[in-house]
Design a protein around this ligand. Structure first.
Ligand code: PBG
Length: 341
């Protein structure tokens, strides 16, 4: 016996006339483009910006290509991103001073509030989304107010989140994005925005956010790692999916305008589930810092082709059901997409 089939066996395997041959539509680049199901456009991408106060442009070692940006760099940044056709920016602030209550988070001259005003003035058409959380502003690095045992207090934190959202809206944010997984955050923010006459400001809820190891590089970048403990008392358990649907359903009921699943790559099943359960709402997926760092590290070693890998990842996230992709690759991906258009 050899591994080569007998002549008669080969004839039996050969496709009959009239058989389905999926390869017919893969024969040329033009045919493949014609039948492509998923598109990827710079307008679907959201670029996170880390704005720092009290120091200059500072590279983030674990995220090659990403810098902490001073306010003075934002005008040029806005022009470049608008020019590339990037869908939106997602703003994070790193304040000069932190305290137990995270007071800078809702200061009128806070770093994000100033950044929003600068971006608005520089590029009125750029969509500005702000991350609403306390972890970059508290000296303990937690996403809310904590009690003596270090437990993140829920209802007390809601009031602060509402204040942050209103101050971002007053500065000119189009969309506020609460990321703390605090129960009731969407409802509290919606009520506060409406009471302040900001019913046009939308809420993109980080509805389905897991307690993930993939946020490591971001915590260096945003200097918001918890000083003690972890985020497991509020972020979702990696092992759970049904609970993710509950989180999404609650946020929809509380008035979220759009939902997010985070991280993206290990969680494409959730992207699919949430997109099918709430097809009426736009869905974002966050291709997080650790996912970015893995690709960058492999590419720097020559182990992966960066361009091909990034476009494959972003297309896959869209194929799973995400309308928007938040990604640190956005700037480079937009350039590549433009080149190949
Ligand atoms: C919390 C927040 C985090 C990220 C976005 N918003 C960190 C966390 O939950 O610990 C992570 C983003 C990333 O890893 O790219 N404000």
């Amino acid at each position: 016996m050899t591994g080569v089939p007998e002549r008669g066996a080969l004839d039996a395997l050969r496709l009959r006339s009239g058989a389905r041959r999926p390869r017919r539509l893969r024969r040329t680049p033009a045919l493949r483009r014609l039948v492509r199901e998923t598109t990827l456009d710079p307008g679907d991408l959201v670029y996170p910006l880390l704005v720092v106060e009290g120091r200059g442009r500072t590279p983030v070692p674990s995220m090659p290509g990403i810098d902490q940006l001073p306010l003075a760099a934002l005008e040029a940044e806005a022009h470049e991103l608008a020019e590339l056709g990037i869908g939106a920016v997602l703003l994070f602030g790193i304040p000069a001073a932190k305290d137990p209550l995270g007071l800078e988070s809702h200061a009128d001259d806070g770093v994000v509030q100033q950044a929003v005003r600068t971006l608005r003035a520089a590029s009125p058409e750029l969509v500005v989304i702000t991350d609403v959380c306390l972890c970059e502003y508290t000296d303990h690095g937690h996403c809310g107010l904590v009690d003596a045992d270090g437990y993140v207090l829920n209802d007390e934190t809601l009031e602060v989140l509402a204040r942050i959202a209103v101050s971002h809206a007053e500065a000119g944010a189009d969309v506020v994005a609460p990321s703390g997984m605090i129960d009731g955050m969407v409802g509290a923010i919606r009520a506060a925005l409406d009471a302040d006459g900001r019913e046009q400001v939308a809420i993109l809820s980080y509805a389905v956010k897991y307690a993930s190891a993939f946020y490591g590089p971001f915590r260096d970048a945003a200097e918001g790692a918890p000083a003690f403990g972890d985020r497991r008392s509020h972020q979702l358990d990696v092992a759970n999916a049904r609970e993710a649907e509950l989180e999404a359903a609650l946020d929809v009921a509380e008035g979220a305008d759009a939902l997010m699943v985070k991280p993206a790559l290990g969680y494409l099943d959730l992207v699919r589930r949430v997109s099918e359960r709430f097809p009426e709402l736009p869905l974002a997926a966050y291709n997080v810092s650790g996912e970015y760092a893995m690709v960058k590290a492999a590419a720097a070693n020559g182990w992966l082709d960066e361009r091909e890998t990034v476009l494959e990842i972003l297309t896959s996230i869209r194929r799973a059901g995400a309308d928007l992709v938040v990604t640190y690759h956005a700037r480079e991906a937009a350039r590549w997409l433009r080149e190949q258009a």
